[in-house]
Structures are given as C-alpha cells and as structure tokens.
Write a protein that binds this ligand. Structure first.
Ligand SMILES: [Zn+2]
Length: 355
C-alpha cells in the first residue's frame, strides 16, 4: 500500500505529459492516412496533394497550394523536379531509360509542363530526353558547351537553348528561381574497380537481348561521349529562391572544384543538397566522396542522387552514406524517397535568412 501512491502519481504525471504533448511521435503512415495526422495545425499543408501524391507537376500533378512550398521529386538517376512559386524546373532529363531499368511511372512524352531544364552534364543518362521534353514544354534548356552542342543536333529550337560555362558571373532567372552555374567535375572512378565489378556482374547476370542492346544504343546516341564532359562539361547549379532558400544540385559524384569552393565561401551553406553518389561501387569510396560534398555545401538536408541502377547492375547504397554523414555532423538531415515521391519544404525557414 505504501508504494501505491508514488506509482499512481507517476502514472498521473505521465498521462498529463501525454495530453500536453500533442505530437509525441510521427507515425510513418501519417503521410498517407488522414486519421493518423500527428498535428492538426499542419493538417492543411499536410493534405496538399502536391506534397503527398506521387505524380509530377510536369506530368499534370498538382502544384503546391502555398507558393512558398517547395516540392522536390526524384525521378531516377540524377533527375529531379522542383516546383515552387507556380514554376516547374527539371534537373537532368533521362526518363525513357529502356526495358533494362525499373520503370519510373511516366514517360518523357508525358512531361508537358516545365519552365526550365538544367542539364548537369551531357552523358546520355543525364540528357537523352532533354530535346524532346524541351520541345514539347517550350522550356529553356541549360547546359555546358559540350552539352548544348549535342542538344542542338536534335529536334529543339535553338532559341530555347542556353549555353553556360560555370566560370562565374552567369546568373539566370526563371520566375522565383535564380540559377548560378558553377563548373564542377565529373566522377572518375578507378578503371580497375569498375572493370572488376563489371566482370563480376557479367558473369552473374543474364546478357542483354539484341532488342535491349538496340534500345540502349538508340538512347545512348542522344548524349555525348566527348572527353570534355569530365573537366569542362559538368555543371553544378546553385539555385536560390526569391526568399533566400538555397539548393545545390550536382549530377555527378566527382571531386569538388575550386570554383565550387569559392561559391560556397560566398554563400556559406545551402538548405538542400541534391548530389550524385560516386560510381565507385565500394562504400569506402562513395562515403569519402559524399563527405567531401556535404562538407563543401553544408546542407541542412542531404538528398542523394544517381544511386539507382538497371536490373543487371547494383544500386549504390545510401545507408552507408547517411550513417557517415550523420557521424560527421549529426545535424544533417538525410532523405531518400522512391521515384516521384514528394519531399516538401517550407522555404520561409531557410539558411540565408538565419531561419
Ligand atoms: Zn556521366
């Protein structure tokens, strides 16, 4: 009996703290189920289909209700869709990847609305649908000289194509998006490593059929293999929204350049980094490269890219990167979603305004 009072008091205190704390935890299903919505004050924003439905705005999906909401969707390799302030920006354009890839859930022909397409570099797995999507949307397509050179051999109006070098001083405006191209550098994984993994994969997976080889050859033709891509054709894009929210986009997992370091010295840090994972297969190598990116861009939120693969290849694991990034700086939030699943940001909260 003597022990029952403190126990009852403790129970009461616990019950009281549960009533005060409206949001003790977030049930992962709350994204999908209204009944599980953790916090009623966010219910309006949370029910915004632009932040819940896996349909791109560029293929007819909803734009965020609040013009200050940024919706980001990853669509395989280094493709992203950014929607903000009523505008749609596509980063890279490689959608019709062929039957050897998991489906993205839409085709290049479905992409009907875009204001700008930024191409990180001209390899086919970054630009193969830039001409067709550019032509059907009327979007301005931006890329390095070696990228736009290839683009202009395809069916797109030259007036839509904008060539940038990333050497500094170039600023492009698309509505609320300010875009600064910065010369980056393509990844260059050791040939010994790539060859060894390629041989292992060849000996353990079924070979491509003649139809699949032909399909891949046709897609490959819509990109360039020019060596200039590595050193003068890979552009990082620093994107700043009208309220100061910053995004760094980097579509190849290469070393950080002096030009990127200079840009980061100027702005300090970004809100979101969308960065390709290095193609070096081994986690020791991909982690080292990811840490260089994260330490350079200093993002609040790190979203990896270029980690998926064809059926007969290996996805680049993101968990080892996330663990290393958090080990290096526990404040960095790491996010990786499935194809087309939205990640929404309230951009009023941003690093430029001191939050
Ligand atoms: Zn490449």
């Amino acid at each position: 009996m003597r022990r029952s009072f403190p126990l009852a008091a403790a129970t009461l205190a616990l019950a009281a703290s549960w009533t005060v704390q409206a949001r003790p935890f977030t049930d992962p299903r709350s994204d999908r189920l209204e009944a599980l919505e953790a916090d009623a004050t966010f219910a309006g924003a949370a029910r915004d289909p632009a932040c819940h439905v896996a349909v791109l705005a560029s293929t007819g999906g909803a734009l965020p209700r609040n013009p200050r909401t940024l919706a980001i969707r990853w669509t395989g390799f280094a493709n992203f869709e950014l929607v903000y302030g009523g505008q749609i920006m596509l980063l890279d354009a490689y959608f019709d990847r062929g039957s050897i890839f998991p489906p993205l859930g839409f085709k290049a022909a479905d992409v009907k609305k875009a204001d700008a397409i930024l191409i990180g570099h001209g390899h086919h797995d970054h630009m193969s649908d830039a001409a067709s999507v550019g032509a059907q949307t009327g979007a301005t397509v931006v890329g390095a000289p070696v990228t736009t050179e290839k683009l202009l051999t395809q069916a797109i109006d030259a007036k839509q194509v904008r060539t940038v070098t990333g050497h500094g001083g170039e600023v492009l405006h698309f509505g609320a998006f300010k875009v600064e191209p910065i010369l980056g550098r393509h990844g260059d994984p050791p040939a010994q490593l790539v060859d060894a993994f390629a041989a292992a994969l060849r000996s353990t997976t079924p070979p491509l059929t003649p139809e699949q080889l032909a399909e891949q050859a046709a897609i490959r033709q819509r990109g360039t293999q020019d060596r200039r891509v590595l050193t003068e054709g890979t552009i990082a894009y620093l994107i700043t929204l009208d309220n100061g929210f910053r995004i760094m986009y980097r579509d190849s997992g290469g070393r950080v350049t002096d030009l990127e370091k200079a840009a980061m010295e100027r702005v300090g840090q970004v809100d979101v980094a969308l960065v390709a994972v290095s193609a070096s297969y081994l986690n020791t190598a991909t982690v080292t490269q990811a840490l260089e990116h994260v330490r350079a861009y200093r993002p609040d939120v790190y979203i990896p890219a270029h980690h998926d693969a064809a059926y007969n290849n290996l996805w680049r694991a993101t968990e080892p990167l996330f663990q290393a990034v958090k080990g290096d700086n526990p404040r960095v939030v790491t996010v990786s979603k499935g194809y087309r699943e939205p990640v929404c940001f309230n951009t009023e909260y941003n690093v430029s305004r001191g939050r």
